[in-house]
Design a protein around this ligand. Sequence first.
Ligand SMILES: C[S@@+](CC[C@H](N)C(=O)[O-])C[C@H]1O[C@@H](n2cnc3c(N)ncnc32)[C@H](O)[C@@H]1O
Length: 398
Amino acid sequence: MTVRTPTEPSREALALSRALTRRIRERIATMGGWIRFDRYMQSVLNEPGLGYYSAGSAKFGGAGDFITAPALGPFLARAIATQVDGMLGSLDAPVILEIGAGDGTLAAQLLDALDALDAVDAGDTDNTACAANKRRGAPVQYLILEPSADLRSRQRERLARFADRVTWLERLPERPVEGLILANEVVDALPVVRFVKRGDTVLPLGVRYGDDGFEFAEGGRDAELDAAVAALESALGGPLPDGYRSEICLLLGGWMHGLAASLARGALLLVDYGGVRREYYHPERSDGTLICHYRHRAHADPFYLPGLQDVSAWVDFSACADAARGAGFDVAGFTTQGLFLAESIAGAPDPVSLDARSASALKTLVLPGEMGERFRLLLLTRGIRPPGLPGRDLRGWL
Ligand SMILES: C[S@@+](CC[C@H](N)C(=O)[O-])C[C@H]1O[C@@H](n2cnc3c(N)ncnc32)[C@H](O)[C@@H]1O
C-alpha cells in the first residue's frame, strides 16, 4: 500500500528515520538477508534512541499520530477507578502498576479519580491526598513500567503533582505486589510474527531490503511458528486457507508469566483493540491486522517512514485469556469498551452533565462504529474474589 505523506516530516525526523533504516539494514545483512517480522517491529518501535516509542516524536494527541482513550477525557479512568476501588481498599498495601503509560494522562486521571472516591467515602468533598489517607492506610502508590526514556520524562512532567506517589520501575517488581496491573493499548505494540499459509505449510513473512527499501519476503520453516499456528488452527477447529496471511504474537505467554509472577493478589486489566480468535482469524480477514498510524492516518504499510509512525497489530483476546490462564490468572471479565463505559456511567450515583466537547468525546469512546466495539476490556484476577466488569459479560466469546 502506498501512503501519501500528509505532512512532510522535519529534516531531523527524516535523519532519525534514515539512521534507523541503516541500523535495520545492517541487522538484516548480518542475519543473511532476512529477519522475522517481530524483529523488524521491535526495532521500528523500540530501537534505543531511534524507534517510534524511544525517540522524541509527539506520538499522542492532536500534534501526534493517534489518540488513545485518556486523551478523550477522564471517562475510562473514572470507570476503572470505580470498578477497582473496592478491591484496592480490601488490600493491605495496594498499588497500581501501569505498563506503558504513554504521556502519563491515564495515570493522572486515575489518581484523581481514586482521590475523588476517597474524598466521597470520607464524607469529605475536599478532593485532596489527605482525604485519600482517611480511607486507606495510605493513598494508593502508583508504579510505572515504561521502556521509553522519552515517555518517562513526559510522564514525570505530567505527574509532578503526584511526585510522592509515583515510582518508575526499570523492570517488573521482583517482590510481587498487591493491587491492579493496568495496560491500555500496550499489547497491540508487542511485536508479532507475520505468516502466510502455503497449503499445509506455514511460512514466516519476514523482511528483506530490496531495490525500493524494506519489503516482505517469505522465510524458511520456523519450528516455533509451526507449533503456534498448529495450536491456533486446532483452537479454530480447522486449517487456515491456502494463501492466508496474518499475525500471531509469540510473546504473550512469557509476558503473562512475568505479570503473574509480579502480582501476589489483585487484578490485571488489559484494554486494547482487537477481537476474539474467530474474529481475528476470520477467513475474510486474509491479509492480517497490522495497523500503522502517521499523523492521524491509519494504513497497513509497516515500511513507511521507519521509526516515525506507530506500527501495531490487533490483540487476539482469546490468546490473551489462554496465556493468562496458563500463567495462573482467572478470567474474571471480558466486555467491550462501549458497554463498559455505558453501564459505568448509567450506574454512577450522580447524573453526568457534559459540555458539547465532552459529549462528543464520550460518543467516540462508546459508539460501536468508533471505539466502543473494537476496544475491549479483559479482566484477569489472582488470589481475590473476581469483581467482574460492568457491561455485558462476553467471556463466552473467548
Ligand atoms: C499506544 S501507547 C499507549 C500509552 C498509554 N497507555 C495510553 O493509553 O495513552 C503504548 C505504550 O506502551 C509502551 N510499550 C511499548 N512496548 C512495551 C512493552 N513491551 N512493555 C511495556 N511497555 C511498552 C510504549 O512506550 C507506550 O508508552
